[in-house]
Ligand binder design. Structure first.
Ligand SMILES: Cc1ncc(COP(=O)(O)O)c(C=O)c1O
Length: 460
């Protein structure tokens, strides 16, 4: 229910979505905070969805929204792609999980090995979280070292090590030369913080120096080629090359977390940058919309998982490689051809260009950043953002404005992540991109007076 002092744009959102609001009340009774997944939640309540088709998703009030969220980049073809639906239907009638190898499993693995330069062998997992976890265990077993270096602002899944210093408090995070390992909530054991070395993103010299300093204890360096949670900030080539050089020098395993970025090139972001890691973590698009993850890499590293080894790295996981996911993933990946990669990357470029123009026209500080089909809007900045610190400074300056913009866009039929992440699916074409840009123009026009009165520093 609306409160008297509620922001007028939130009140508008409530008027737009009465069916979702009613269901949100029921949700709140059974889920903490009204949701079963923190990352997908936003206030005052998220829209409740009824069905999806192609690039559209329809909520319970009957609004058909253009879906740029695509389940946080996992739906490379949007919703209910015919080939994926057919593959899942066929497989469902044959059973969903066998606890045994299946043909689709082998063929999806072969496709990945053929495309991704670093991958000679792989293991499927049930989530990206499990993929990064297994990569870390593999690296520790291979090197006999314990510490893991991760990037400030990097996200690798739902466990403590994967989230250390995800959104570090500016007052506690220390200098760029020696960033402090910080927890994101009260659940973190001290031991995890001690075992994590934090590296600033996009700082090649500092990264090399940190690796040299900690080399004796570090099993792996894990990095996203595009820093997703901090707003799709692409790594510079020099940065990834520096990580490659320094890890090679010290026998440290270099892990690329390509859970999000695999979509950026035929062989993932590594094929775009031409920097090849030892291990690659995957997820999202390789499951065709079903739960999935994976880790792959050099044969000699992946062999550590082999049950025929004397003391293999344990990897069990009831639903890894399940038949339904493998059928969906194979159909989706076969349909994601090199031409489609190029086409949606170009649509992403056009989206960023149009969004940047919309911010300029509206006279509001903001910009679209990203790479290929991955885009994030950043309010409060129109300069260069190259690391988590830049991104966090923008979030602090922007305050509640991005949240309001997200709700304005939803009311105009365009769905993104609430942190304003937009990803393009193959179900989209130029007209959908133009529709999103128009919605941004209109939303910024509506938002303008509130920006001027509530956050005047954001007026350009
Ligand atoms: C870069 C990255 N790594 C790992 C994960 C974890 O994947 P999952 O949510 O499938 O566990 C995510 C999820 O968003 C991610 O963005």
């Amino acid at each position: 229910m609306a409160t008297q002092e509620e922001h007028p744009l939130i009140a508008e959102y409530r008027r737009f979505s009465p069916g979702s609001e009613t269901l949100a009340e029921r949700s709140t009774a059974v889920f903490p905070g009204g949701d079963t997944r923190s990352s997908a939640h936003y206030g005052p309540y998220p829209l409740v969805m009824d069905h999806g088709s192609g690039c559209h998703i329809t909520d319970v009030d009957g609004h058909e929204l253009l879906d740029f969220m695509n389940n946080f980049t996992s739906l490379i073809h949007g919703h209910a792609h015919p080939a994926v639906v057919a593959a899942v239907k066929e497989q469902a009638s044959k059973g969903s999980a066998y606890a045994a190898t299946s043909l689709n499993q082998i063929e999806l693995a072969e496709l990945i090995v053929e495309r991704v330069p670093s991958i000679e062998q792989l293991r499927f997992t049930s989530s990206g979280t499990e993929g990064t976890l297994m990569a870390i265990r593999c690296a520790r077993a291979a090197t006999g070292r314990q510490k893991i270096m991760k990037m400030e602002g990097g996200y690798h899944g739902s466990y403590e090590l994967a989230e250390v210093s995800l959104v570090p408090d500016p007052n506690e995070r220390g200098s760029l030369d020696a960033p402090v390992s910080l927890p994101i909530d009260k659940s973190f054991p001290e031991s995890v913080l001690r075992d994590t070395v934090i590296c600033p993103y996009n700082e090649p010299e500092r990264a090399e120096a940190l690796i040299d300093t900690h080399a004796q204890d570090v099993a792996a360096v894990i990095v996203e080629p595009v820093l997703g949670s901090m707003g799709m900030l692409p790594a510079s080539h020099e940065f990834l090359a520096a990580l490659r050089r320094a890890t090679e020098r010290h026998g440290i395993v270099l892990i690329f977390d390509e859970v999000i970025t695999l979509r950026l090139g035929d062989g993932g972001a590594q094929s775009v940058y031409g920097v090849i890691p030892d291990l690659t973590c995957m997820g999202k698009i390789i499951g065709g919309g079903l739960p999935v993850g994976g880790v792959g890499g050099k044969r000699e590293l992946m062999q550590l998982f082999s049950p025929s080894q004397e003391n293999p790295v344990m990897h069990a996981s009831t639903f890894s490689g399940n038949a339904l996911t493998m059928a969906a993933g194979k159909a989706a990946m076969e349909a994601y051809t090199g031409d489609e990669v190029k086409r949606i990357n170009a649509l992403g470029e056009r989206l960023r260009e149009g969004c940047n123009h919309a911010f300029q026209q509206a006279g509001i500080k903001g910009q679209a950043l990203g790479m290929g089909s991955l885009t994030n809007l950043h309010i409060a900045s129109n300069g260069v953002l190259h690391d988590a610190r830049d991104s966090i400074a923008g979030m602090i300056a922007a305050g509640h404005i991005p949240r309001l913009l997200h709700l304005c866009m939803l009311r105009r039929g365009v769905a993104s992540a609430s942190r304003l992440m937009f990803c393009v699916s193959t179900a989209m074409g130029e007209s959908e991109i133009e529709q999103a840009i128009t919605a941004l123009h209109e939303s910024l026009a509506e938002l303008g007076p509130y920006v001027a009165s509530e956050r005047p520093l954001l007026v350009a």
